[in-house]
Design a protein around this ligand. Sequence first.
Ligand code: HMG
Ligand code: MG
Length: 298
Amino acid sequence: MYNLPKKVKIIDVSPRDGLQNEKQVIDLATKLELIERLGQSGVKNIEVTGFVSPKWVPQLADSSQLCEQLIHHKNINYSALVPNLKGMELAIASGMKEVAVFTAASELFTQKNINCSIDESLERFKPVISLAKEHNIRVRGYVSCVLGCPYEGEINPRKVAEVTKKLFELGCYEVSLGDTIGTGTPLKAQKMLTQCTEIASVETLALHFHNTYGQALANIYACLELGAHIIDASVAGLGGCPYAKGASGNIATEDVVYMLEGMGIETGIDLKKLIQTGQWISQKLNKSNNSHVGKAHS
Ligand code: HMG
Ligand code: MG
């Protein structure tokens, strides 16, 4: 009846997107345990940290130790954010096999987030990606502000597609489309994705939707109908960007898994264990759980 996928790939970004935005700095043991628990819940793709400047994001200052101490399970894909050559060198030294470069469809956000223009960021990624290729490291790309910017407001979907195209040309194998401040609604999300599928296969485009206005699940569903089947999410709905005022958490991984499994779409994730992981990390952070499914089971 509908063009829905049979299987969805989920990337849990909570150790990076979630913990980067916490006021308190989380100890390394808790971060490692979160990653381990996510793996035990059946999550096969985990974004564990960012090799970003500790002056800009002190919460992730332990990225090298974290990656060195991480238990690398063979069936799990671990990745980390890398903004520049310095970050890439640190990621290589820490044994990472996948990294993600990140830019945006908004000039002002790019300036605030990584201190350069969009074009400069893409130039910066050239040597980063060549070095990654030399070391057989896979590179994912992010485009932020695909459905709105905290500084520029509305973003033209054509700009999103243009930046996405450049990331693929530079050598990214997948590009994640970030609704950084969660202002998107379903038809806008479809319009934006449709524009991107004119320059790339939907097989290579991921959805990274923050849930500020409670729209993320509806936006994801709207994009599933167009064939999208790669979803970034964050256990307990942790997340936010320190350089995007008003950005709240990502869509909770539990809520995505509940919706997908309820529609007969395979995720490979054990919902019960995932809910326990969400409850555990929320208690550790001493904050309320943003997952609706998690709340219903507590
Ligand atoms: P800058 O200040 O312009 O960098 O920052 P610089 O090259 O002039 O270097 C300044 C200092 O930082 C130097 O140290 C460098 O060595 C050091 P000093 O000589 O002063 O002692 N440095 C580094 N240290 C460690 N690791 C590095 C690194 N690079 C430089 N990689 C920079 C430019 C890009 C580094 C900075 O702006 C930065 O780190 N930004 C990251 C911001 C960030 O992490 N934002 C959140 C993630 S993005 C996000 O959440 C959106 C997403 O989830 C998708 C969505 O939701 O839309 C992905
Ligand atoms: Mg994000």
